[in-house]
Structures are given as structure tokens and as C-alpha cells.
Design a protein around this ligand. Structure first.
Ligand code: NAD
Length: 421
């Protein structure tokens, strides 16, 4: 079966609950807390009309889910994709809860999504869709309530439209309602690169732990968007060889390596990485199984499954994407000695700098890129070290270790607040 078909047949919400159950069992969590943390607090479904360029009206479906708010307001991206579903958004919201807890930032988990392929819409239609969706979910969002950010197929422009729409409704400018904004609107230095930068900090720590020299490492990256392309550029800049990258149109491979900066220029012109001179086209499935040292999944969920986990050759799998590996695949990778840096740790740089952006917006006081990266580095290194310690102490893989840290923190916050009323 093709990777896409397998991925589509696995429900990410079931995966998220399975991962949680495993950690809850290890922690011997009380039955009451288990029931509370296993479900999202709120799920909003909206069906909303958008006027298209030809004058017709289309109705789109979107979601905003808040998983747990014990440690602070909800935080999480908004995704535009034709395969978005409520269960996917629920899983992504739950993962945000654990992610914020594992890096110790005072947010709960949220996520949003709209079922749409934005590549089939004009820019004006995407703006109309964004402003109406922002209006529909405005009963939930706000700087103290729920703060969206970019995710797959959304970017700083999308955040600018949401910020403007929300500000028009409340009657004053409210930059802190979203993060990942353009810098002139109160965006943070370093936010655009933060997910990839954070992932690279964890790869450096993993390499140190495993005794690997990153200047001798060969890297394959699945997904060439915000997370993947910048991760490839940063790994290249620090001396690793980028041997393969992919996007939704296909994958390219060159065992001797290539410059990802030039691939980005090529992609901007040709809307695909495929065809980049000097490389051979391979399938996305082949990319995952390549002979390489570091594999960075940076696209969508359920890419590494029981069907292909045994064929993964990379020593380190750095999950820049959310949910790329299923629980069955995790077991196989662990047994085969692969070192997985789990999503809730690996890609937490994005939400960490989102938190920095929110703090800067509320303070009206903006930081330099050096200050942002220094603080991000400190957060990521501390979270990596605590996860590794837990993994070695409890003899569990890095994902379960990160979950144990995160779930315990959220459980503590939830129980100390008490049960209302
Ligand atoms: P993006 O839209 O910028 O990029 C996604 C990339 O994946 C694109 O290049 C697309 O062509 C590619 N892609 C889609 N389907 C593919 C497939 N089947 N095979 C190979 N490539 C495919 O999105 P992004 O923001 O980079 O997000 C990517 C992943 O990182 C998602 O899982 C997202 O949740 C996660 N993430 C993003 C952020 C962030 O700050 N942007 C933060 C944390 C986690």
C-alpha cells in the first residue's frame, strides 16, 4: 500500500490517545485525571460562506479545538488542507498541550483547521475565507483566551488578516491575539525560523549524546515548507550534507549532497523541488528509507508506520512535523536502536518563540534576534536534557519520556486547581 493510503487510513486522534494512555500508565495517573486529560475541553465546528471571485458562494467547514487550559490560554496553529478533519484537529490540540508543558511555557493546547486546498483559491478568496473563519471562531480566540499561529498552508499573511479582523471587531489593535505575525505588526524576530531552529538545537543535543559528528552527517528532509526547508538550510549551514528533500509533488535525491538554498530558489520558480538540476527524482516513500544519518519528517502525520519503520536507516529521526510516527512504528524504531526526537519536543521551538512574541506584544517591548535565539536555545536544551534523563531513568523511548514529563505537569496543574464547582 502507498504511504499516502496508509497515512490516510490511520486516525491521528486514536494515535494521540494511545500515546497519552501509555504515558498515563507509566505515571500511574489516577482514573479521574486520565478521563479528564484524555478528551478535549472544547470543540467548535463552523460551516461558513465565502464569496468566490466568480460571484458564486461556497460553504467551507472549519474547526477550533481547545484541549486543556489548566496551565494557561490555548495556543496552537491553524491549518488549511483538503484532508483536515475534526479528529486530526483534536489530536493536534492535544499534542499542543503536551508540547507547551514539555518546554515549560504557560499555555494550554489548541488547534484549528479548515477543509480547503488553498492552492485552488485566489489570494482574495483565501483572504475572504480567513477573515470569515476568524469571525466564526472569535467566540473562542483572544490574547488571554486562545492564540492561533501558522501551520500547514498558513503563514504570516494569514495571521495579519486574523489579527486585523479580530482588531476590527473589538475596536482596538490587538497584536497578541495571534503569533507568527509579520514583524511590523508586532511579530517576533526569529519566529519564522523558530520551529526549524528549535529542531536543529535538539538534533545537535542528540548528536552530542550519540557521539555523532554533524559535519559528517547526511540528512534527508520530508516536506519543504516553513519547518522543512529552513531545517535543511540550517543543517546545511552547520556543515551537514543534505542528500534528499521532498514536497507534495515528489522527492529529489543526490548522495553527494546539494545546496538547499538553491532548491528553495528553484521551488519558488517551478512550484516543486522536483527537477532540481543534478538530482534524481524518487518517491516520498523512498526518501524515508534512504541510507542517511538524520531523517527530518517535516510534512504531515502518519508517515512512519508499522509498514516502513523497519526499513528506516537513519540513526536520528527528528520530528519537525506533528505526529509523523505511529505508536507501532515507535516500538520498531526503538527496538532497532533508532533515536527519535519526538514532535512535542523537536518542533516546540515554534510555540516557544510564539510565546516570546506574545510576551513582547503584551509588554510593547521588542527583543533582538540574538536575545530570542539565546532564550530559545536555553529552553530547548533544558527540555532535551530533562527528556533524555527521564528516558534513561525509566528505560522508555524519548517520546514516552517527553509525554511522562508533560502529562505529569498538566496533571499537577489540573489537580491543584481542583474540580469546579
Ligand atoms: P508548510 O505548509 O509550510 O509546509 C508543508 C510542506 O510539506 C510543503 O512543502 C508541502 O509540499 C509538503 N508536503 C505536504 N504533503 C506532503 C507529502 N505527502 N510528502 C512530502 N511533502 C509533503 O507547513 P509547515 O508549517 O512547515 O508544517 C509542516 C509540519 O510541521 C506540520 O506537521 C506542522 O504541524 C508542523 N509544525 C509547524 C510549525 C510552524 O511553526 N510552522 C510548528 C510546529 C510544527
Amino acid at each position: 500500500m502507498a504511504t499516502e493510503t496508509i497515512a490516510a487510513s490511520i486516525n491521528p486522534w486514536h494515535v494521540a490517545q494511545q500515546q497519552f494512555d501509555l504515558a498515563a500508565t507509566h505515571l500511574d495517573l489516577s482514573p479521574g485525571l486520565r478521563k479528564v486529560l484524555r478528551e478535549p475541553k472544547r470543540e467548535l465546528t463552523v460551516h461558513f460562506p465565502v464569496k468566490m471571485d466568480d460571484g458564486t458562494v461556497e460553504v467551507f467547514t472549519g474547526y477550533r479545538v481547545q484541549h486543556n487550559l489548566s496551565r494557561g490560554p490555548a495556543k496552537g496553529g491553524i491549518r488549511y488542507h483538503q484532508d483536515v478533519s475534526l479528529d486530526e484537529v483534536k489530536a493536534l490540540a492535544m499534542w499542543m498541550t503536551w508540547k507547551c508543558a514539555v518546554v515549560g511555557i504557560p499555555f494550554g493546547g489548541g488547534k484549528g483547521g479548515v477543509i480547503v486546498d488553498p492552492k485552488k483559491l485566489s489570494l482574495r478568496e483565501v483572504e475572504g475565507l480567513t477573515r470569515r473563519f476568524a469571525t466564526e471562531i472569535s467566540i473562542l480566540i483572544g490574547p488571554e483566551r486562545d492564540i492561533p499561529a501558522p501551520d500547514v498552508n498558513t503563514n504570516s499573511q494569514t495571521m495579519a488578516w486574523i489579527m486585523d479582523t479580530y482588531s476590527m471587531h473589538v475596536g482596538y489593535t490587538a497584536p497578541a491575539v495571534v503569533t507568527g505575525k509579520p514583524i511590523p505588526l508586532g511579530g517576533s524576530e526569529g519566529r519564522n525560523e523558530a520551529t526549524a531552529q528549535g529542531a536543529v538545537y535538539t538534533i545537535i543535543d542528540a548528536a552530542h549524546h550519540l557521539g555523532m559528528d554533524l559535519t559528517k552527517c547526511r540528512v534527508a528532509v520530508q516536506g519543504f515548507g516553513n519547518a522543512g526547508a529552513i531545517a535543511a538550510q540550517l543543517m546545511f549551514a552547520q556543515g551537514s550534507k543534505i542528500i534528499a528533500v521532498s514536497d507534495s509533488t515528489g522527492a529529489i535525491h543526490r548522495p553527494e549532497g546539494f545546496d538547499p538554498n538553491s532548491v528553495l530558489v528553484w521551488k519558488q520558480k517551478h512550484h516543486s523541488v522536483v527537477g532540481f538540476p543534478g538530482t534524481r527524482e524518487i518517491s516520498n516513500a523512498e526518501l524515508l528509507e534512504l541510507d542517511c544519518d538524520v531523517l527530518i519528517p517535516a510534512a504531515l502525520e502518519n508517515q512512519i508506520t508499522a509498514a516502513n519503520a523497519g526499513k528506516i536507516q537513519a540513526r536520528v529521526i527528528a520530528e519537525a512535523a506533528n505526529g509523523p510516527t505511529t505508536p507501532e512504528a515507535d516500538e520498531i524504531l526503538y527496538k532497532n536502536g533508532r533515536f527519535v526526537i519526538p514532535d512535542i519536543l523537536c518542533n516546540a521551538g515554534g510555540v516557544t518563540v510564539s510565546y516570546f512574541e506574545w510576551v513582547q506584544d503584551l509588554d510593547r517591548d521588542f527583543w533582538t534576534i540574538e536575545h530570542v535565539n539565546e532564550k530559545l536555545h536555553a529552553v530547548m536544551t533544558k527540555a532535551f536534557a530533562s527528556t533524555l534523563d527521564m528516558s534513561l531513568k525509566e528505560r522508555v523511548n524519548m517520546r514516552t519520556a517527553a509525554y511522562m514529563l508533560a502529562v505529569q505537569r498538566v496533571a499537577d496543574a489540573t489537580s491543584v486547581r481542583g474540580l469546579y464547582p
